[in-house]
Every structure is written in structure tokens, then in C-alpha cells.
Design a protein around this ligand. Sequence first.
Ligand code: PLP
Length: 372
Amino acid sequence: VTDPGEEWAAWRQRRPEFRGIHLDSAAAGRSSLAVLEAVAAHARLESEVGGYVAADQAEPAIEHARATLARLLGMPADGLAFVTSGHAALIALLDIWPIQPGDTIGVPPSEWGPNRQVLEGHGLRLVDLPVDGSGHIDLDGLEQLLRASPPAVVHLTQVAAHRGLVQPVAEAATICRAAGVPLWVDAAQALGHVDTDCGADAIFATSRKWLTGPRGVGLLAVAQPWWSRVRFERPALAADGPVMRWVEWGEAHVAGRVGLGVAVEEFLADGPSRIWARLADVGAMTRAELADLPGWRVLGSDDPCSTTALEPTDGQDVAATRQRLLAEHGILTTASQPVRAPRDMRIATLRVSPHVDGTPEDLRRLRAALTC
Ligand SMILES: Cc1ncc(COP(=O)(O)O)c(C=O)c1O
């Protein structure tokens, strides 16, 4: 793979210099200076004119961001609620969706562990969706399952957190719609990474990862046919407006929403398709650069995503390795414990997730650090 990094040097230059090598966008991407300045400016405005007056002044920008984000998620603007995180979005969705404890929800074995926990905690019964040998949904098998014993909901995580696995959510949405089974999509690792306009009935995401927006902002979007069926009380202080706004709490990280609005404009200016293609190339480059690394096995993937997992083959302690990379080499990665995907991970892995500015040199330095 050639080094197209120079083309993306401007993306890197729009950000503060990183103190080392950042290979951890799947945890939290790096915000641009413009995003950081917008967040700081709003925080300052709150102190200058009052928090609620500042929020009123920011409303046009936030509504513009809502419409743009909803479009990226394939939803109408009135269907999108700002929440605090991806996790909070799933809890909010479970609170409003017309399902009961004891209902079944179809999930693939690779499902994100914390999602499994929340779904089970709400009394849902998890049933396995059929997958092929690489963990992708078997679409024919899904069609058959939905005909034979349809669950109340199908839930897919579009881009896995723990390895390079991208689910065919648009194809699954067509099958689910034909079967009359709603599809929920966890796009926490997908928004800003791959195309998320997929035809889901509900979809949720975070600001801070591939869109490189601020922390503390999450998104939940629900398709229009469900607005009359979701169930929750109108909060006493809620203004008139779309029902999905009732999901939003009165107290919120307004500056973060303002910053996310700037991040998404930068994303649009760079070109979503260009970014998705670049992240797919970065993933391929990462897997190629790290192949044959002594003591580590790259979990293979041809999927169009940056996220790459390395399994230790000599019994190394992954958490200690991640700590050593950071302390001695300034290289930031994630130690993924099996709890992240308990049905899909045998042992802890080292996750490497560069953004569009990732270069072969970054990866060579990681390779050298892992072999020394
Ligand atoms: C696949 C997936 N789903 C959900 C979440 C939860 O998002 P948050 O950390 O914003 O609550 C994450 C976070 O890493 C994730 O990777």
C-alpha cells in the first residue's frame, strides 16, 4: 500500500500536535482546533450571558447539526435526540420502545458485551442470529429465522469495537422490513467510519470516535413510523416539539453539541465517501504493515474499516503491553479484554485504530516497539 498520508496531512495539521502516535480513534478520535475552540467559546459564552441564554443563542447551530447528523444516520431531523453517550442511547431506546421483559432480541455472537448486558438487564432474551465463519450475518439465514421464529427486534452493531468486522446492515434492514421485524443498529463505531444511512428503525452513535467530536455527546435516532408507538411521559418542563426531543434531558453538554456541529461540518467538507474509503485503506495498510509481526497474530479482515486487532501468540499480557507502548514510546492503543465481546473473543487483544492521517511510518514505529 502506498503512503497516501500526505494527502491527509492537512487533517492532522488542523489538530493539536499529538504527544506521540495516536492509534486509538475507536476509543476517542482527536478533535480539531476548530472543534475545541467552538466548545471553549460556548463555555465562555455561558459565563458571559448565562447558560440558558447561551443555549438559546446556540440553538440554530445545534438544529443544523441535528439535521446533518440525522441525514448521515438515514433519519429525519425530528427523529434524532442528543444524549450523553452510545450506552445512554441504548438505555433510552429500551425505555421507549414497545417491548416487554421476556421478549426476544436477535444479536450476532460478536455483539458488544456492554450491549448484551444492558439488553439482558432489561429482561430481554438474547437469541443468536446466524453468521458465517467470519462473523458476518448470514443474510439467507436471517431471512429464514425471521420467517420461522421472528424476535421482537433484531440488533446489529455495524462496526465491531474489538476487530475489523462490518455487518451488512443495509441488506439486513431490507430483510427485516420485509419480515416486519424492527432493526436497531449500534453505529457507535460506524458513524464517521462507514456509511450509516442504512434504513434502520432505530440507530445510535457517539460523537467522540470517528467523527472526532467532543466527548459526552451521543445520538439516538428513531424512524418516523415509530414516533406514535414509542412510549414515555412528556417531561414536565419539555417544550412543544417532536416527541423524540422528550428523550433529551434538560441538563446537557451544550458546548459539546456545538462542537459536534463543527466536527460534522469538517467531515462533510472532507467528503464522507473520501473519508470512508481512506479509513478502509488505512485498515488494509495497518493489517499489511503488522502481518508477520513476531509474537502477534493480526486478526484478518477484508472489511472496509480501520479497526485492527492483534492477538498475542506468546502469552504476553496485553494490558501491560499497551501500557509499555504508551509509557516508553508514546504510542496510544487499546487493550481489549474479552468482556468487550464475550462470545467472540478468546483472549485479550491489542486494538490499533488509526484515523485518516495514519501513515506507514506510524505503523512501522508500532511494529518496532512491539518487537523490542
Ligand atoms: C460498538 C460500541 N457500542 C457502544 C459503545 C458505547 O458508547 P459510549 O462509550 O459512548 O457509551 C461503544 C463504545 O466504545 C462501542 O464501541
